[in-house]
Design a protein around this ligand. Structure first.
Ligand code: AMP
Ligand code: GLY
Length: 428
């Protein structure tokens, strides 16, 4: 099978490695790809926001099966375009991808189907949104309804912060453009978070390992939100009991609800969960794998990922045997100086080979080659993955790798996976 993989981040480098290992893969093409992906298959430039361009590339290269990494092409309708042209692809249609593309849609959907989530209200009018704060005190969460690259949710500890967030989104500044012109204000939920990944075929699903992301830039969850500074999998927080509740109260009603409404969900359903004292609740849905969770989740997946995606796309996920996760993986993201604000690029990077000699796997997210020198080229630069029989070994290997890698101003958290270790030690 000739496979086209769309995307260019650390997540896609990890997916590319798994696809390349598959017995079914005869050739891998990537678009736009990155330096890591370029070692696994030929890369082609493409505008990921343009479904027609992606379909034209798949057609001209005689691709048999296309896999989509990021949310932008899915929300823009790339799956619909492929179906129209009779080509095979794995992912939700634009209508189904609204679960991520519109928080106004997903919150309403959850309410209709009694799926546990924070109470909320949707607004397009600034004054009405401000008035709502009078009766709903902080802490409270203000979210842009549309896609905002993971930065559209503002957890507000004070009324002033909430007013500022509303001004930013609904006021003249419109910091998230049209994505912030509809705003969801929701109840603050207290608890630990986890990410659940279900590979869905419209009716049935197979769960990949659960994971825990680290969204804040600094240790102990301090500082602003980022795209994700590290992750580990599986997350001990998601024990069998919790997983049963997630399946029964959230995942299965979601798939049933989407099917009943004429939008069967085929693709990855990523559910951000808050483990509250009343049980698991949905923080958000995403219509794709997480970045950087994927780098850890796929490191512990023992099956053939391409076979899994291909069967799911054909409505046959039940034919895939369930894998028990025996191992743990952790990924530590190394980011550029200044990230998640304005950041510097062009710093020469050393030590990748030495990191790999420690047993770590180094995935590219934002790198470039200039005059034969590997340099930083994005906010998140590299993901360093460790794998082991225990969570502690996985974390230690990842950090042994991180220690070897040097670039000017490199930022990374030193506590990736600590919550998992703490959970294990208190629930032993
Ligand atoms: P989202 O973009 O909806 O995933 O939100 C980003 C992050 O904001 C989440 O991972 C949470 O840490 C936090 N968050 C979002 N919604 C809530 C909520 N209702 N209560 C508490 N924290 C939240
Ligand atoms: N790591 C969170 C996300 O991919 O949205």
């Amino acid at each position: 099978m000739k496979v086209l993989l769309i995307g260019s981040g650390g997540r896609e480098h990890a997916i590319a490695l798994s696809i390349k290992k598959s017995k079914l893969c005869t050739e891998l093409l990537c678009a736009p790809g990155n330096l890591g992906m370029a070692t696994l298959g030929q890369c082609f430039p493409v505008d990921v926001a343009n479904p027609k361009e992606i379909a034209a590339l798949a057609k001209s290269e005689n691709v048999d099966f296309t896999v989509i990494g990021p949310e932008i092409p899915l929300v823009a309708g790339v799956v619909d375009e492929f179906h129209k042209q009779g080509m095979k692809i794995f992912g939700p249609t634009a209508a189904a991808a609204q679960l991520e593309g519109s928080k106004a849609f997903s919150k309403k959907f959850m309410k209709r189907h009694n799926i546990p989530t924070a109470d909320y209200e949707t607004f397009t009018d600034l004054q009405k949104a401000k008035d709502y704060l009078e009766t709903h005190p902080a802490p409270i969460v203000v979210k842009a309804s549309g896609l905002a690259a993971g930065k559209g949710a503002v957890v507000c500890q004070t009324k002033k912060e909430a007013l500022n967030a509303l001004e930013d989104m609904l006021g003249e500044k419109a910091v998230f453009g049209t994505a912030g012109k509809t705003v969801v204000i929701e109840e603050f939920m207290e608890g630990e978070e986890a990410s659940i990944f279900a590979v869905c075929d419209g009716k049935n699903y197979l769960l990949l390992a659960s994971a825990q992301d680290h969204k804040r830039i600094f240790d102990k969850d301090k500082g602003p939100n980022t795209g994700g500074m590290g992750a580990y999998a599986p997350a001990p927080l998601v024990n069998d009991k919790m997983l049963d509740r997630i399946k029964n109260e959230i995942l299965e009603p979601t798939l049933q609800g989407m099917a009943d409404e004429g939008n069967p969900y085929i693709g990855i359903l990523f559910i951000g969960i808050m483990a509250t004292k009343d049980g698991p609740k949905v923080v958000e849905y995403n219509c794709r794998l997480g970045d950087p969770e994927t780098q850890a989740v796929l490191a512990v997946y023992g099956g053939d990922l391409l076979d899994l995606f291909h069967k799911a796309a054909a409505g046959k996920v039940k034919e895939i045997a369930k894998i028990n996760h025996q191992k743990y993986a952790a990924v530590v993201v190394m980011a550029s100086e200044g990230y998640p604000g304005e950041y510097k690029t062009g710093a020469p990077i050393n030590g990748i080979r030495e990191a790999e000699e420690c047993g770590a796997q180094v995935l590219h997210a934002g790198t470039k080659m200039q005059n034969g020198v590997l340099q930083s080229a994005g906010g998140r630069v590299l993901g360093v993955v460790g794998k082991g029989d225990t969570l502690k070994t996985a974390i230690d290997i990842a950090y042994a790798g991180v220690k070897k890698i040097k670039f000017a101003g490199a930022q990374f958290r030193t506590d990736i996976g600590k919550k998992g270790l703490d959970f294990l030690s208190t629930h032993a």
